[in-house]
Design a protein around this ligand. Structure first.
Ligand SMILES: Cc1cc2nc3c(=O)[nH]c(=O)nc-3n(C[C@H](O)[C@H](O)[C@H](O)COP(=O)(O)OP(=O)(O)OC[C@H]3O[C@@H](n4cnc5c(N)ncnc54)[C@H](O)[C@@H]3O)c2cc1C
Length: 513
């Protein structure tokens, strides 16, 4: 068994080389003895050497340390190796190798999922951020297209597209996430009429669990393409994508409306979504004071030319009266798109946000009783759940259901919608952050809290989990999650990943970390 740090392109253990490099070096391979681990390849012991690589494989050191945790700081699992791929063929070769030897493999973007979704105990983590090239940005009749590696950050996509006066139509609030990481979950934004990010993928390149490289689009491998978008990494690794872009808005008018109860805030958002005149709508919920209820700030954005932005009075006509004067400000588009990324990165760098415990609770709700469900969860929140030390958010995003077309993104029960308008799905997020504690029970109390909110409030209301946060799901929960699609999901897994090695941290098919 090696305890070495880095293996070069031939799979050689660099730390085993002498400085002159004359001594023979031995490749490593996987031994299934004692639960599995890397060892010196030895034909006599039938140890199959790893394929030659253009990148590097790390079996110890800071990369493995980093890959042992995610941003939730709730669960930890140490992989036995981290692959820093030199190119996509490295990913394909190592996945094929792992499929042969039944080694769990997880693609890791920025590791910002909160509950071990990108962790794997003893297996292989692939650091997708090593491949982050934007290959091309091309104009089209309706805007443009960007061709980018899956490890590219959204910040990079936004900045590069902006140079061509182009923009991606639905961006996450925080942009330092990988394209592959958000496409593997869905990617929800405040652009309520634009579906999810996965609805804007033209082509996707996938390394299947068998190690095959496949391009997927509407004509080729379409079912595999649909499976990986929102597929939680279960059928293949997204390695490269072509995404639709739209002309970059020139200016953005942002309007804030304060309400003091969820029903009124939801009514205002519903009217705005039904009218379709604004481009983005969402709600930030702020904690109650000693004598006040929580504050529901509805944030509305409209895009346009500087002299063509809608007047607030026109945009907001007929909405319920807010509890405070309406605030309105104009900005350029890039400021608007990046406005939350800078402050979050500041909190990461200067306020210890990364090390805080983040038991995020993220669920989709149908429109018939969204205000009721939100108020029940909020009534159950304790003061600490409002993140008094900072770094927390409570959010509600409306999205028109018929714009969400990916079959893997699971939405609330369809019979839970209003019948007098286009159905709206709401993403409700309690994104709380708690200062680090030595008490291991603390995080578990929050995990149990989420399980209760799910069992007692959200599931009975026909809600669905958005699997970026913290919720322990067993086999039956996942079956219910996928509903009638479950059999298809199992077939796809079996077809593309027969040994079931991919993204076991999601625990969809029973493994964990
Ligand atoms: C501050 C913050 C703000 C956020 N805001 C939003 C938001 O507005 N809207 C929203 O929808 N989400 C939001 N998220 C959630 C985020 O989209 C998901 O957690 C996303 O999966 C994180 O991307 P990542 O690169 O960190 O993925 P990781 O955490 O590294 O991976 C998450 C899962 O995806 C799999 N995966 C990663 N890359 C690939 C790939 N290339 N191919 C296949 N599977 C892969 C992993 O195996 C793992 O199972 C936010 C998260 C944070 C931390």
């Amino acid at each position: 068994m090696t305890d070495t740090a880095e293996h070069d392109a031939t799979g050689h253990d660099q730390t085993a080389q002498d400085p002159g490099g004359d001594d023979p070096v031995e490749a490593i391979g996987w031994s299934s003895a004692r639960g599995g681990g890397w060892t010196l390849a030895d034909p006599a012991r039938r140890i199959d050497p790893i394929p030659s690589l253009h990148g590097t494989l790390h079996t110890d050191g800071p990369r493995v340390d980093r890959a042992s945790r995610d941003l939730g700081r709730i669960v930890y699992a140490r992989p036995s190796a981290v692959l820093v791929p030199g190119d996509i063929s490295d990913i394909a070769r190592m996945v094929a190798y792992c499929q042969r030897h039944d080694i769990p493999v997880t693609a890791r973007g920025t590791g910002h999922a909160m509950h071990g979704q990108a962790l794997v105990h003893r297996g292989l983590v692939i650091d997708m951020t090593a491949l982050r090239t934007i290959h091309a940005i091309d104009p089209t009749d309706s805007g443009g297209r960007v061709d980018a590696d899956a490890g590219t950050s959204w910040s990079h996509v936004v900045a590069t597209a902006a140079k061509h006066r182009l923009a991606f139509p639905c961006l996450t609030g925080y942009l330092d996430l990988t394209v592959g990481g958000t496409l593997s979950v869905g990617g929800i934004s405040a652009a309520y009429g634009q579906g999810a990010q996965i609805d804007h993928v033209v082509r996707v390149q996938v390394v299947t669990g068998r190690g095959e490289i496949k391009w997927c689009d509407a004509e080729h491998n379409s079912e595999l393409g649909q499976a990986v978008l929102g597929g939680l990494g279960q059928y293949g690794i997204i390695t490269r994508v072509v995404l639709d872009l739209v002309p970059m808005p020139q200016r953005v008018r942002t309007i804030r409306l304060l309400y003091t109860d969820p029903a009124t805030a939801v009514a205002a958002m519903t009217t705005l979504v039904d009218r379709g005149e604004a481009d983005e709508v969402f709600c930030m919920i702020f904690p109650p004071g000693p004598d006040t209820t929580p504050a529901y700030t509805v944030i509305v954005a409209a895009f346009g030319a500087p002299d063509d932005l809608p007047a607030p009075s026109r945009l907001l006509r007929g909405l319920p009266d807010p509890a405070a004067p309406v605030e309105s400000e104009d900005s350029d588009y890039l400021h608007h798109a990046t406005q939350y990324t800078g402050p979050i990165n500041d909190a990461r760098e200067h306020a210890g946000w990364d090390d805080m415990v983040k038991p995020w609770f993220d669920v989709f709700l149908a429109d018939d009783d969204v205000a009721g469900v939100v108020s029940r969860v909020i009534a159950a929140m304790e003061p600490a759940d409002w993140s008094p030390a900072g770094g927390g958010f409570v959010l509600l995003f409306p999205i028109l259901r018929d714009t969400l077309t990916g079959p893997q993104l699971r939405l609330p029960d369809p019979d839970r919608h209003r019948t007098d308008g286009r159905p709206i799905v709401f993403l409700f997020d309690v994104l709380d952050a708690h200062p680090p504690t030595d008490d291991p029970a603390y995080a578990q109390i929050k995990v149990a809290r989420n399980a209760l909110w799910w069992r007692d409030i959200v599931e009975p209301a026909g809600g669905r989990r958005y699997p970026i946060g913290v919720l322990d799901f067993g086999y039956d929960d996942w079956r219910r999650h996928y509903g009638q699609r479950w059999t298809r999901v199992e077939q796809l897994r079996h077809r593309h990943d027969p040994s079931g090695i991919l993204a076991t941290g999601q625990a969809v098919f029973g493994h964990h970390y």
